[in-house]
Design a protein around this ligand. Structure first.
Ligand SMILES: [Ca+2]
Ligand SMILES: [Ca+2]
Ligand SMILES: [Ca+2]
Length: 177
């Protein structure tokens, strides 16, 4: 959430919104090149929309270190939406950020796609840090992850764009590198 958005909210006079925004900023924490904060209490899809509006997505838990960090930063009792979903293909959970699936922390017997309608993952379910697939219409706060370390643009991509802009020869140019 940018300062301009906060000012906009103040000008707009949304008292409830201001309170939530302030709380999110207070909880923003950083770890290993990412900044984390919380969405409002809402459905998975809306939580993901809030994360995208903040420039990121619902958290991708890449490894045990990030998992442990999340538990220390946000606690082990409240359940939070994370960015793990099988909405595209039943039973195939993927990160909404499209990062590779390396780490998982399902609790025993999960994911179970209960009632045939569970495609979205929450952490701190049944156990500290444990994952469970839920119906996305449940309302929880979600953990937003925004990458704060920018990856420098590869020079080859830059050359490709310049050559392309000049009109032609881009494939040839690219192959030579
Ligand atoms: Ca991550
Ligand atoms: Ca499912
Ligand atoms: Ca489940």
């Amino acid at each position: 959430m940018k300062l301009a958005n906060i000012i906009g909210s103040v000008v707009g006079g949304g008292v409830a919104l201001i309170t939530l925004v302030t709380a999110d900023i207070a909880q923003a924490v950083t770890f290993n090149g990412s900044t984390y904060s919380l969405t409002t209490t809402t459905t998975w899809t809306n939580a993901q929309a809030q994360a995208q509006a903040a420039g990121g997505s619902l958290v991708t838990v890449n490894d045990i270190n990030e998992h442990n960090f999340l538990l220390s930063a946000f606690g082990t009792t409240e359940s939070f939406w994370i960015g793990f979903t099988d909405q595209d293909e039943e039973g195939v959970f993927e990160w909404i950020s499209e990062e590779p699936v390396i780490f998982k922390n399902w609790v025993l017997s999960e994911p179970n796609n209960y009632d045939g309608s569970e495609d979205y993952t929450a952490m701190n379910q049944h156990t500290a840090g444990g994952w469970n697939d839920l119906n996305g219409q449940n309302v929880l706060r979600g953990i937003i992850e925004v990458k704060t370390t920018s990856v420098p643009e590869p020079s080859s991509t830059l050359t490709f764009l310049v050559v392309g802009a000049l009109g032609g020869g881009s494939l040839l140019k690219r192959r030579r590198q």
